[in-house]
Design a protein around this ligand. Structure first.
Ligand code: GLN
Length: 272
């Protein structure tokens, strides 16, 4: 492609603090190559990256669990660590013995990445995703359109159809869980370019999870599971609040991914 030599792009990205400047340059070049604008488009993308936008917002997609997920500006970028939650959910879904399709709800769905991957991996799945933020809902609708599933706009369970009460097999909620005072310590990419509503979990980071734990028993099928991601130090509090709501709870962690997932199960007798 005519225009700026690759070496210059790498140098500028590196000077702007991009640690993986070579890989980023390659991705940007290939993304711009496919675009109508060519060299001008590439120059624009490099500028935006240098200005501090997350790479995924510049490219328009993130790689998550081996697939490309569309991510629009202002939408939370799916994190690599969240692959643990996806794997756990897939394992639980594999064990669901239902005559029809397993019912999955993905709350605080952001780009819709988690539901999209699960729907891609599993044969029979009825997917319901929801988010409070209209920008996230728009993006999730794009991602989920091809795999089948519904996306609703609203707060946690509020927009879900009533008929799902007591019927959800696997409920995933990657809620915001950063304690308010720790937001200032997050990388600028997140702080400045991701919506605060996707990050800020209140004083201890677990406000939204408290609400998920309280309502989940009414939405899960007996024996159904609810999964949330937490920081390692938050898991003990999350386990306690799941337990108080009658859920049988365990914690799964991955050092490699730096991830912690708290999994609650509604007892088979369905006691709520
Ligand atoms: N610690 C998480 C991250 O930035 C926070 C994600 C969240 O609150 N949704 O990866």
């Amino acid at each position: 492609m005519p225009g700026e030599p690759v070496g210059d792009i790498v140098g500028r990205l590196r000077a702007a603090g991009c640690v993986y400047a070579e890989q980023e340059a390659e991705l940007l070049i290939s993304a711009a190559g496919g675009a109508a604008g060519g060299a001008a488009e590439l120059a624009r993308m490099v500028e935006r990256r240098i200005a501090g936008l997350p790479l995924e917002h510049v490219l328009g997609w993130a790689e998550f669990c081996g697939i490309r997920v569309a991510v629009e500006p202002g939408v939370f970028v799916p994190r690599r660590r969240t692959e643990l939650m996806v794997d756990q959910a897939a394992e639980l879904l594999g064990a669901v013995e239902s005559g029809g399709e397993a019912i999955v709800a993905d709350l605080c769905c952001g780009s819709g990445a988690i539901g999209m991957v699960l729907a891609t991996r599993m044969d029979r799945l009825e997917l319901h995703a929801a988010d409070l933020d209209p920008a996230a809902v728009r993006c999730a609708r794009r991602n989920i359109a091809d795999v089948g599933g519904r996306v609703y706009e609203g707060d946690l369970f509020e927009p879900l159809p009533d008929r799902l009460r007591g019927r959800i097999d696997v409920l995933i909620a990657n809620t915001p869980y950063v304690p308010t005072e720790k937001i200032a310590l997050m990388p600028a990419e997140a702080r400045l370019h991701e919506p605060r509503v996707a990050l800020d979990g209140g004083a201890d980071g677990l406000d939204a999870q408290r609400r998920v734990a309280a309502a989940a028993p009414y939405w899960l099928t007996p024996g159904g599971h609810v999964l949330v991601e937490t920081g390692e130090d938050q898991a003990v509090v999350a386990v306690d609040m799941f337990g108080r709501n009658g859920l049988l709870t365990r914690v799964v962690g991955s050092d490699e991914l730096g991830a912690t997932v708290v999994i609650g199960r509604l007892p088979l007798d369905g006691s709520r």
